[in-house]
Write a protein that binds this ligand. Structure first.
Ligand SMILES: [Zn+2]
Ligand SMILES: [Zn+2]
Length: 212
């Protein structure tokens, strides 16, 4: 696909990859909102998980649920969030081309679908722009179409408001790099402790992380 070669989620740096399957990769978020913030991206370049074929969708959600379970076991709660079709959350990505679907996995379960109607059907939506979440034992919910675009960092801004209200530790996008690197190291320690198969993954603090 045009532009995909430059896409950070099509070709992530080895150091960012915590786990990979035939369908998806678990990545560290390079500017984490908090310790535990990870991403799950399908290997194929689609602009939302809803647009991937069924087997890829299931594989991507399966890996996201594994990561969420790890966080839930550690922090007591976890959420899976997708801002489907939103601009990618990384600068200079995809050279203005189609964005690459990614699920945010975070140790906070909060309803970000503030204006959802109670009778809306659940599940991933496509190809419209939407918000998707799994915050309550894998029961999915999704917003109606959000219109032509999803604002950048919509999930992040809603969750950081929640975390601030609850007095939880969180990092703004523009925090000092060493604070993000410290949170990344803590996440890696956590993942290594919980899952021995992920021991090899580790970004180097000596080497600039790409796209950071
Ligand atoms: Zn891509
Ligand atoms: Zn994002």
């Amino acid at each position: 696909m045009s532009g995909a070669v430059e896409c950070p989620f099509c070709l992530p740096a080895d150091a960012e990859v915590l786990e990979q399957t035939a369908d998806a990769r678990l990545l560290i978020d390079l500017r984490p909102l908090c310790v535990g913030h990870m991403l799950v991206v399908p290997r194929v370049h689609v602009s939302s998980v809803a647009e991937a074929e069924l087997s890829v969708r299931e594989g991507t959600l399966g890996l996201a649920r594994e990561a969420a379970t790890l966080l839930r076991d550690t922090f007591g709660e976890a959420g899976i969030y997708e801002h489907g079709g939103s601009p990618i959350c990384r600068p200079r990505s995809c050279q203005g081309g189609p964005t690459h679907a990614h699920l945010h996995i975070l140790p906070v379960a909060e309803d970000v679908l503030l204006d959802r109607q109670p009778d809306e059907p659940t599940g991933l939506r496509g190809p419209a722009h939407y918000l998707y979440q799994e915050i309550d034992d894998d029961v999915p919910s999704a917003s109606q179409s959000l219109g032509p675009t999803v604002p950048r960092h919509l999930v992040r801004s809603r969750l950081q408001q929640t975390m601030a209200e609850r007095g939880m530790r969180w990092l703004p996008m523009g925090a000092d790099r060493h604070l993000h690197l410290t949170a990344i190291e803590e996440t890696l320690r956590l993942v290594r402790t919980r899952d021995r198969t992920l021991e090899g993954a580790r970004p180097s603090a000596d080497r600039p992380l790409v796209h950071l």
